[in-house]
Ligand binder design. Sequence first.
Ligand SMILES: *[C@@H]1O[C@H](CO)[C@@H](O)[C@H](O)[C@H]1NC(C)=O
Ligand SMILES: *[C@@H]1O[C@H](CO)[C@@H](O)[C@H](O)[C@H]1NC(C)=O
Ligand SMILES: *[C@@H]1O[C@H](CO)[C@@H](O)[C@H](O)[C@H]1NC(C)=O
Ligand SMILES: *[C@@H]1O[C@H](CO)[C@@H](O)[C@H](O)[C@H]1NC(C)=O
Length: 310
Amino acid sequence: MFCKMILRGIWTFDLLLLICFKGVTSLRDVRLLVDPPVVIRGGTAALICERDMQGSPLYSVKWYRGNHEFYRYTPNELPNTRVFGLPGIYVDMNNSNGKQVMLRRLELGLAGNFSCEVTAEAPPFSTQIATRIINIVAPPTKDQILKANKDRYQPGEALRANCTSAPSRPAVNLTIYINDEPHRSSETALHPSEVGLYWSSVKVELNVTPELFVGGRLRLSCVAAIFNVYRSTATLDFFTPETDPRPERITFSGAPRNIPSWVFLMLLFLLPMLVMGQLYDEAEFKMDEIIEYGYEPDSTEHVYKALVGG
Ligand SMILES: *[C@@H]1O[C@H](CO)[C@@H](O)[C@H](O)[C@H]1NC(C)=O
Ligand SMILES: *[C@@H]1O[C@H](CO)[C@@H](O)[C@H](O)[C@H]1NC(C)=O
Ligand SMILES: *[C@@H]1O[C@H](CO)[C@@H](O)[C@H](O)[C@H]1NC(C)=O
Ligand SMILES: *[C@@H]1O[C@H](CO)[C@@H](O)[C@H](O)[C@H]1NC(C)=O
């Protein structure tokens, strides 16, 4: 019928032959689809074998893992489905047919090349095969751990933190966020674990500035993700002393924030000098040497100034 229609409008006999030959006989567009597209360890997947028979009768469809056939559909035989035992392959017969094979309890070792091969009866046993790699994802069994070197930070201090994931396949992507902004300069490292699994770690180091405390809070988070099948967030919040509900412990470096630190350094430095100056006075330290430098010998203050050099 198709050919008759063509015939009416056809210009050359060659073209007619070509179109009719292709139209009736050629099996084409064999494709292997996986549903769901990302297969989870221990889960289920359907391997769908799509094809365009173009009117030709189907002779058989075969499914392979590598070079090993594990399932076959032959409409002209009884029974028309057959399973060939292959370690680790569990075919769900209730959901398998000439269109798809359903696999259950997929383990990591099964990842690899899968194929489906379609054979048409005409022209005698034309065959097409489609192959694709099936990866099996093993999400981490535990959440990632985010740790910082301190509980609280003052502006000017360095915040050092790291985030460590549990083993997975593939390795999780770890992203550090500072106040919900991705932190660029964090470096991720991969570490091999049990067979085929990897754990990831990322380190972050930043100088704490007052601007980082948005509304009194600095939020550090670590997001672990595998494609769009696994996602987990770990968060640490740091508060400025003003908004922190916990009582503030007064420490040397913590309390007097407005006095520059060099003043304390000077004090620290001068304190022993003061004491020393007094000792020297008691020991009737010879002031002549100091007079040479142009200082009055009768003032202790001047003495330690000279000793310090300012
Ligand atoms: C297939 O279906 C039968 C009948 O409904 C059921 O007894 C059997 O457990 C099913 N097998 C699987 C593998 O689901
Ligand atoms: C899958 O097949 C391709 C090409 O045939 C081959 O290069 C590759 O090594 C195979 N991969 C696995 C995991 O067997
Ligand atoms: C991660 O950070 C914590 C706290 O700063 C530190 O004790 C630990 O050694 C760090 N681990 C790694 C692997 O860097
Ligand atoms: C990790 O992130 C990169 C870049 O966004 C992406 O191409 C890759 O697929 C991700 N890997 C996983 C396991 O999520």
